[in-house]
Design a protein around this ligand. Structure first.
Ligand SMILES: [Zn+2]
Length: 107
């Protein structure tokens, strides 16, 4: 249900390009960090707990994402914030409030 944002169609980085290497490094370090964190949680006995709200992470989610550190609600919230920051820094101002259409004020 909450998979509405699959419309990101930016240019795919070609293999061997600088962007590819950059992305690859970023992904690798992020994955590593996540796995390390999950292992630490396992050691501490807090595995399967959301790091934001402390609630339990659904088992189905853990099966799909064994190193998930947030429940779905919190992950969604974080993703939304990140997306907003990305859009904000890249495309400048993007009013997202309802009824905030700039077209109307023109006519
Ligand atoms: Zn949570």
């Amino acid at each position: 249900m909450s998979r509405a944002t699959t419309t990101r169609r930016s240019t795919a980085p070609s293999h061997g390009s600088a962007r590819y290497a950059e992305l690859r490094q970023m992904l690798e370090s992020e994955t590593l960090a996540r796995v390390t964190a999950a292992l630490a949680h396992l050691e501490a006995g807090t595995y399967g707990r959301c790091m934001e709200c402390g609630g339990e992470i659904a088992e189905a989610r853990l099966r799909a994402l064994p190193f998930a550190s947030r429940c779905r609600d919190c992950e969604d919230a974080v993703e939304r914030t990140r997306e907003r920051q990305r859009n904000g820094s890249r495309a400048g101002l993007q009013p997202s409030g309802p009824g905030d259409t700039p077209d109307r004020t023109r006519r």
